[in-house]
Design a protein around this ligand. Structure first.
Ligand code: PNS
Length: 163
């Protein structure tokens, strides 16, 4: 059975990675896929985010990295995936996730959303907060995979150099 783990992954955190590890044990094939979203202004391009994902998932033989645009359910059908994985960290995630899951179910009843809880050590991590903390000079070690930390540091320095 194939599952899609969709998201922005700008950038991937250790919380995402924990979910990838859990899902890779549950499904035969896991496709981690980045939404090509022209309206958001990401810190990293889709290509950079795919590269970071590939670097950190290379140890998982049943995990692939991809990107998509348009409706998630159309993309899932195109990939013959019947499951969408989403992570729930806290109750605050629930409302938005429920809405998305129900909308996706209405659009494609055969595709099931499976919610997984990341380990409690990761429950407070988000890409947004990691970017904020490193941008303000805080320590993010242990929150993102080491190669991602290096790229984040470089990107923040580049951005600061430009201003
Ligand atoms: O990491 P994110 O930003 O929370 O991921 C959100 C994502 C990419 C899963 C969601 O925005 C999505 O699936 N977008 C694709 C467009 C779509 O299918 N919209 C209708 C279903 S709610």
């Amino acid at each position: 059975m194939a599952a899609i783990y969709p998201g922005s992954f700008d950038p991937i955190t250790n919380g995402h990675l924990d979910l990838i590890e859990r899902s890779s044990r549950l499904f035969d094939r896991l496709i981690v896929s980045i939404l090509r979203n022209e309206t958001k202004e990401p810190l990293f391009s889709v290509e950079e985010r795919m590269q970071m994902l590939r670097e950190v998932v290379h140890g998982y033989p049943n995990v692939e990295v991809d990107c998509f645009h348009g409706l998630l359910v159309d993309y899932a059908a195109q990939k013959s995936a019947s499951v969408v994985i989403r992570g729930i960290r806290a109750i605050s995630d629930y409302e938005g996730e429920l809405q998305m899951a129900l909308m996706n179910r209405r659009l494609a009843p055969a595709i099931e959303t499976v919610f997984l809880m990341a380990g409690e050590a990761y429950s407070f991590i988000s890409s947004r907060l990691v970017k904020e903390v490193i941008g303000l000079g805080g320590n993010i070690s242990g929150l993102v995979p080491p190669p991602v930390e290096v790229r984040l540091r470089n990107r923040i320095l580049e951005t600061k150099g430009r201003t």
